[in-house]
Design a protein around this ligand. Structure first.
Ligand code: FES
Length: 239
């Protein structure tokens, strides 16, 4: 057990003119996570601290935040890996609702732009199975583990620069999965939706999205694949 200093950004847009930081001393136990420390602060020191979480297992994607300047899931980030001074801030590129809680509306609206749902072809069987061992399965498996935490979106400099226009890494990854799925009946339409400067060609390939994804997904690599498919399509090749 040791004491750590947890500094948290505080901001209530309805009350405050600008954000400020509050520091709390927390007794950290072995294996304690940043999320655990926030709960301790609420229980023992300041019940008004606001943050979002649900599963505490790295599955729901709701506890994304900046931890010592790097995007991560608070429930998966151990205090012992961070040192004695920990700074916790809300995700970038999204407006603050209060303290560490951000408004995810812009993030999910970006998904809507890419038609993020499967559209069956007219001749698709009701249960259209892809054998797990087939290559087709591997292609569309790549991004399936996305938990929509928004960490890639908040780390993306193209989103920072372009605001709402650029759809961002998570939505493009989702779009690729559907474009690559041979059963999908809206591949061509979706390609048109994601291959302009607000889509794949707006990506600057900085790669921050790859660094922060808690599921090991590589959105930048996926965006390159969309560009390759677009090129093949333009050249009249099979894509
Ligand atoms: S609380 Fe669900 S991912 Fe952290």
């Amino acid at each position: 057990m040791k004491d750590v200093n947890v500094t948290v950004l505080r901001f209530d847009p309805d009350e405050d003119e600008k954000p400020q930081y509050d520091s709390f001393t927390v007794e950290a136990k072995k294996n304690m996570t940043v999320l655990d420390s926030l709960f301790l602060i609420v229980e023992d020191q300041d019940p008004t601290l606001s943050f979002r979480c649900a599963c505490r297992l790295g599955m729901c994607g709701s506890c994304g935040m900046l931890i010592n300047g790097r995007g991560g899931l608070a429930c998966r980030t151990k205090i012992e890996d961070l040192g004695d001074d920990i700074k916790v801030e809300p995700m970038r590129n999204l407006s603050i609702i209060k303290d560490l809680s951000v408004d995810m509306d812009k993030f999910f609206k970006s998904w809507e732009k890419v038609k993020p749902y499967f559209v069956p072809k007219e001749d698709t069987e009701e249960f259209s199975v892809i054998p797990p061992s087939s290559g087709r399965r591997e292609v569309i498996d790549e991004n399936q583990d996305c938990i929509s935490c928004g960490l890639c979106y908040q780390s993306c400099d193209a989103v920072s620069m372009r605001g709402d226009d650029f759809v961002g890494p998570a939505a493009l990854s989702r779009a690729y999965n559907l474009i690559a799925d041979e059963r999908d009946g809206a591949r061509a339409e979706r390609m048109d939706l994601v291959t302009d400067d607000d889509g794949a060609f707006g990506c600057h390939s900085f790669g921050a999205c790859v660094e922060v994804c808690p599921k090991g997904i590589k959105p930048m690599k996926t965006i390159q694949k969309i560009k390759t498919k677009k090129l093949k399509r333009t050249l009249g090749m099979k894509w």
